[in-house]
Design a protein around this ligand. Sequence first.
Ligand code: PGA
Length: 255
Amino acid sequence: MIRKKVIAGNWKMNKTATDGVTLAKDIAAEIGRETGVDVVLCPPFTALASVAHALEGQSIKLGAQNMHPEKNGAFTGEVSAEMLRTLYVTHVILGHSERRTYFAETDAFINKKVLSALANQLKPILCVGETLAEREAGATLAVVQRHVEGGLAGVTKEQITTVIIAYEPVWAIGTGKVATTEQAQEVHAYIRDLLTKLYGAALAQKVRILYGGSMKPANAPELLAQKDIDGGLIGGASLEARSFIELVKAADAAK
Ligand code: PGA
């Protein structure tokens, strides 16, 4: 398989710095030197520095959950790519559906963040996906196309393989309702087709496309066995070391 699998834990607004260090250390104790899978932990901003320290010397990578596209300035409450870089952050989740829904983030704004992340050597994890109403209206692929093309506008051929895309059907996030493997694979294959049109087949084959939405040890092996599913963006099951480690092992076994 030409694409290394990725398991990224999206802690959302959970874990103090102290609790985050405990979780990161528990995970690192078992898979800290894991080389078969790219493992990324995405704590809240307030835990980044302590978790970075806890992960020193380990192969586990650190991700943020959001950032602002500008370099600095009067943006109260925001954090820039450069600020994240100085905390040893290598990845950043952008365009998560919770940001789109609760903070009214648009594709145009998310695109600015993607370009800014790339310009600052951060790897974006660009989230895309439809709501239940959109799926029921038969608009899934159109929504995903808008999110992918909107989010990637201006991303060059040189940059595209450092972008990770996460397909997260909104109706499956935190609901326990996982997409069927067929539903997920269909959209993943569609995203790869879009990438092929935009960047050519050779580059499209190198981009990792993760599934997110109630992924757990019980359903992960089947999802991860799909041709175009290259890993997972994990919410709930990333908050506990045992389930997260099992997901990393499932990805390792599926490669
Ligand atoms: P979940 O969240 O695994 O709890 O469904 C996934 C996500 O929102 O990234």
